[in-house]
Design a protein around this ligand. Structure first.
Ligand SMILES: [Zn+2]
Ligand SMILES: [Zn+2]
Length: 416
């Protein structure tokens, strides 16, 4: 399947003029045999080209390598997305006019980052479809020792060859299912936030995320029923979800309360030191916990409580000294989104919020699907003590100043 991305750009009913760096997304079997055609179609066919691989993928994809003016094969051992490593690679570049990154998530940052710095286009050849980052501009990189998610360069062209992607371990397929089923929660969070705080919303961008979710849900149902994996559908779902982040300039449609579990696992605050899992797995645990909590809250009726900033005692207790400054800064009283609207709005819109929650499948339905698809979804699956399950959501909500129903609980009294 080839997706022409131009249909999403231009003036929109939401009031914005949407832009996309990505011109074309190809998700097909044997796609790389037609790679030169796709490069020509997006106007990059005659540009001087550097192709970046890691040594593991380079060996694994022998016979599939593409034509290059310069090839860089980075040692897979110890490879991570970090400024010093990327900048070291940049010193080896031989005047490229386009960078092609061939591999998994980390290698994409070796395309995104230099392309951004050099002001040249970047092309992605993903060898996995375990998350939705490939079509996004967001670079998850260690800068001066600190992990940051910053917007750099999105690929001008994505060519996903399903003959390579189908060879990925099952664990990564399951993780990919998790990353998209998360949109049940992220889309609900966005809609609720719009309702109560007047946050900007785009029906087209939300619709594209919903499309990704519907495609993945159908593929997951099929996988659950027959064991068959529809790589084309699953990969396309990842690509569509990633595009929402470019169209909206942030991850609002694709990342809500549930995604913060992945950040929590990466940050490892006290009591979560042993937490470990790949992105989609942590997101799956966050999704399942949020789905249970949202359906539970939907049966209650809250009263509004005045906004109070997070206290330094709470932040120190939950995050410890190492993370304290960052969390305090993110939740500064004058910046906290909870202080920007009247909490009574949530109460006044509670019936509509319940309607939104009721569009999310019940937890037992999702649990059956997760089990059948081999997905991780319980805290103990990623090294988190089950007794921390509920608290984990409240703690993770402090990681990002983005309005979710979990964050809203701080200004609501459920009489519990
Ligand atoms: Zn729009
Ligand atoms: Zn994700």
């Amino acid at each position: 399947m080839i997706m022409d991305c131009t249909k999403y750009i231009g003036p929109c009913s939401c009031g914005r003029d949407h832009e996309l760096e990505t011109k074309m997304v190809v998700v097909e079997y044997d796609a790389l045999s037609r790679f030169e055609e796709y490069m020509a179609a997006v106007g990059l066919g005659d540009k001087r080209r550097t192709v970046v691989y890691d040594s593991f993928v380079y060996g694994l994809t022998e016979g599939k390598h593409i034509k290059a003016d310069q090839e860089i094969v980075l040692p897979a051992e110890g490879l991570r997305s970090e400024d010093v490593l990327i900048e070291d690679m940049m010193t080896k570049l031989d005047r490229p006019e386009v960078l092609v990154a061939f591999g998994a998530g980390t290698i994409m940052d070796f395309g995104r980052y230099p392309a951004y710095k050099l002001g040249i286009p970047f092309v992605a050849i993903p060898t996995l479809a375990s998350s939705d980052g490939f079509t996004a501009s967001i670079c998850s990189v260690i800068l001066k020792g600190q992990k940051k998610s910053i917007s750099m360069k999105a690929p001008a062209l994505v060519v996903a060859d399903l003959d390579i992607i189908k060879g990925a371990p099952k664990r990564l397929v399951s993780s990919g299912v998790n990353d998209i089923l998360a949109k049940y929660v992220s889309l609900a969070d966005w809609k609720m936030a719009t309702l109560v705080s007047g946050e900007d919303y785009c029906p087209m961008v939300a619709g594209l995320a919903q499309e990704a979710l519907d495609i993945m849900r159908a593929a997951a149902d099929k996988m659950a029923a027959t064991g068959e994996i529809d790589h084309e559908a699953m990969t396309m779902a990842q690509m569509k979800s990633g595009l929402t982040m470019q169209l909206w300039d942030n991850s609002r449609a694709a990342s809500g309360a549930e995604h913060l579990m992945a950040h929590l696992v990466e940050m490892k605050p006290p009591r979560f030191e042993k937490a470990e899992g790949i992105h989609g797995e942590c997101v799956g645990v966050g999704t399942f916990a949020a789905v249970k909590e949202y359906h539970r809250l939907a049966k209650l009726r809250p009263k509004a409580k005045p906004f109070e900033p997070l206290t330094s005692e709470w932040v120190m207790e939950k995050f410890g000294e190492r993370l304290y400054d960052g969390i305090m800064k993110e939740n500064a009283p004058d910046k906290d989104i909870l202080g920007k609207f009247d909490p009574q709005n949530i109460v006044d819109h509670w019936d509509e919020i319940v309607d939104i929650i009721n569009t999310i499948p019940p937890a037992d339905e999702l649990e059956a699907l997760y089990k059948a698809c081999g997905c991780k979804y319980l805290p103990e699956h990623i090294g988190i003590d089950p007794s921390l399950s509920e608290e984990a959501l409240d703690i993770s909500a402090a990681i990002r100043n983005r309005l979710t129903l979990i964050r809203m609980k701080r200004v609501l009294d459920f009489g519990e």
